[in-house]
Design a protein around this ligand. Structure first.
Ligand SMILES: [Zn+2]
Length: 269
């Protein structure tokens, strides 16, 4: 698995590399599935990376996320796929490394110049920060914390269908935490805004990095307190209370939404 730690610049041929091109993960058909590239193989097959960012240690080896040129991709030698398509298909460890890699690469690409004085930036702090060469202003990777909440009422769970949803399932409610807001307050506000009810007894469940593009999902349970459904028409198409044996299709357990739902139903007597 990936150990997130400071890793400096390296050019060791055994360095591990998670490769991307135009937002898609790039794997080699010559390598065992789920293994990162080694630097020597990557350079031989795909050339020097266009961008390279340290992301930690993979099985003790320095590990990097790299952007490679699409010109070198060969459909016979290489597999490309978007990150979402890997969810649940590769191990959690590999998915986490790809997820961290794509976020660190887009951060590097989007902050080549200082937001304060427009000077050029360079990596500092073992790859954890970008600092402006001119004014010294530092910029760290941006995470967007979100709450995701399973609201319960006795043995039933609130599940909602989002407007314009691509997937045909009902899920828990979720939304971004506002600046200055606690996660617990965000839970109550999101539920009120999306379905019009009040909740109480908000309690933490667990978290999941969700790199689409840079969320950190904080999962909670909350109990129904009061109110009738009043759906936010632009966000929620349908919502209802569902029991263990009578619910619509739900998200896969690879997502924290699926975990929240399944865990609640599993714990019922
Ligand atoms: Zn600057």
């Amino acid at each position: 698995m990936l150990e997130i730690t400071e890793v400096g610049h390296s050019s060791d041929p055994d360095d591990c590399m998670f490769a991307f091109s135009g937002g898609n993960a790039v794997s080699s058909l010559r390598l065992p599935p789920q293994e990162p590239w080694r630097r020597r193989e990557l350079i031989t097959q795909l050339g020097q990376p266009l961008i390279e960012v340290p992301i930690g240690l993979w099985l003790g080896k320095p590990c990097y996320a790299v952007e490679v040129s699409p010109d070198r991709l060969d459909p016979i030698e290489h597999v490309t796929g978007n990150l979402f398509s890997l969810l649940g298909r590769v191990s959690d460890d590999v998915f986490a490394a790809f997820g961290r890699g794509i976020q660190m690469l887009s951060w590097r690409r989007d902050h080549q110049f200082c937001g304060r004085c427009s000077g050029e930036t360079q990596m500092t702090d073992g790859g954890r920060a970008l600092a402006c060469k001119a004014c010294g202003h530092s910029c760290y990777p941006r995470l967007s914390p979100c709450v995701i909440v399973a609201v319960t009422k006795g043995e039933k769970l609130l599940l909602a269908a989002a407007q314009g949803r691509r997937a045909q399932f009902y899920s828990t409610l979720a939304g971004f935490i506002e600046p200055g807001e606690t996660a617990e307050a965000a839970v109550a506000r999101e539920v009120r805004e999306e379905v019009g009810i009040e909740v109480e007894n908000v309690r933490y469940f667990g978290s999941q990095p969700w790199p689409f593009p840079s969320q950190l999902m904080l999962g909670f349970y909350a109990d129904y307190a009061s109110g009738e459904f009043s759906l936010a028409a632009d966000e929620i198409e349908d919502a209802g209370w569902f029991g263990r044996d009578e619910h619509p299709p739900i998200p896969p357990e690879a997502s924290i939404a699926g975990q929240l739902i399944n865990e609640f139903f599993r714990r019922l007597p």
